[in-house]
Ligand binder design. Structure first.
Ligand SMILES: NC(=O)c1ccc[n+]([C@@H]2O[C@H](COP(=O)([O-])OP(=O)(O)OC[C@H]3O[C@@H](n4cnc5c(N)ncnc54)[C@H](OP(=O)(O)O)[C@@H]3O)[C@@H](O)[C@H]2O)c1
Length: 255
């Protein structure tokens, strides 16, 4: 069993979905978890209360990571809470967009890159003073960073802009791993397939479910906990020799 006893962890976008399950898994392994949220204050606070009820340690902190100053504001709050040491950083907060190529606006594109790439980039920059030997960064990428999903065609909606943010994030992961490795900091990505959260609400329809299951070797829809367990592993000493990797966690999608 993995342990994160006496470790501090920040999970961005922990109010819902994969981030929420990850915060629960890290807290269950013994970490003091900083539950970051953007808009969902009530959900974040009830998660903190749930972790505390189970005997764990957690605090809720907020920042809008789509804004230019969001990452720095979040890092400031984190540093005030953890002092000089952050052991685990999970870059999870993200947004998606499904549209025909012709329907994308500059605003959509900028919003996707601001939230999914610029936010993580500057959050790592701003937290470097509190990351050190033994710290672990885990970025939540996506299977779409490497695979085209859906039916290609100009009339069909696609997540191509979102997919390119995850490609950029995985490139950052390899660069961070190379740059921070000599300082003893590991950096990895987890690439989920379809996971049952608000982001992938198409799985709530029978047709959407069929599309998802049609891509997968394992015939059920992935759950946030399926990702959270792998993040907890990567964050722990059990993964001490893994860095610069992107781990598919997708029930065998598009094999
Ligand atoms: N679900 C899937 O099928 C799937 C597949 C592959 C990868 N992923 C990735 O997994 C991660 C989590 O996705 P999810 O499915 O759990 O999504 P979700 O249920 O929609 O949750 C997204 C989380 O990100 C936060 N967030 C979004 N924009 C933000 C902003 N501007 N500032 C601060 N926080 C912000 C939200 O916080 P608030 O609600 O508090 O604003 C929320 O906690 C994302 O990076 C996503 O790309 C998901």
């Amino acid at each position: 069993m993995i342990t994160l006893e006496d470790k501090t962890a920040l999970v961005t976008g922990a109010s819902r979905g994969i981030g929420r399950a990850t915060a629960i898994a890290l807290a269950a392994a013994g970490a003091h978890v900083l539950v970051h949220y953007g808009r969902s204050k009530q959900e974040a606070e009830s998660l903190v209360a749930e972790i505390q009820r189970k005997g764990g340690h957690a605090d809720a902190i907020s920042a809008d990571l789509a804004t230019a100053e969001g990452a720095a504001l979040l890092a400031k709050q984190v540093r005030a809470l953890v002092g000089d040491r952050l052991d685990v950083l999970v870059l999870n907060a993200g947004i998606s967009k499904l549209a025909r190529i012709a329907d994308y606006t500059v605003e959509d594109f900028d919003n996707l890159f601001a939230t999914n790439v610029r936010g993580p980039f500057f959050l790592v920059q701003q937290l470097l003073p509190v990351l050190g030997e033994g710290s672990s960064i885990v970025a939540i990428s996506s299977a779409v960073a490497r695979t085209v999903v859906g039916k290609p065609g100009l009339e069909n909606p696609s997540v191509l802009a979102y997919a390119s943010t995850k490609g950029a994030l995985e490139t950052l992961v390899r660069n961070w791993a190379a740059i921070l490795g000599p300082g003893g900091i590991r950096v990895n990505a987890v690439a989920p397939g379809v996971i049952d959260t608000d982001m992938s609400n198409f799985t709530k329809t029978e047709a959407g479910r069929e599309v998802a299951l049609g891509m997968q070797a394992l015939k059920r829809i992935g759950k946030p906990e399926d990702i959270a367990d792998v993040v907890a592993f990567l964050a722990s000493d059990a993964a001490r020799w893994i860095t610069g990797a992107s781990i598919p966690v997708d029930g065998g999608s598009k094999l």
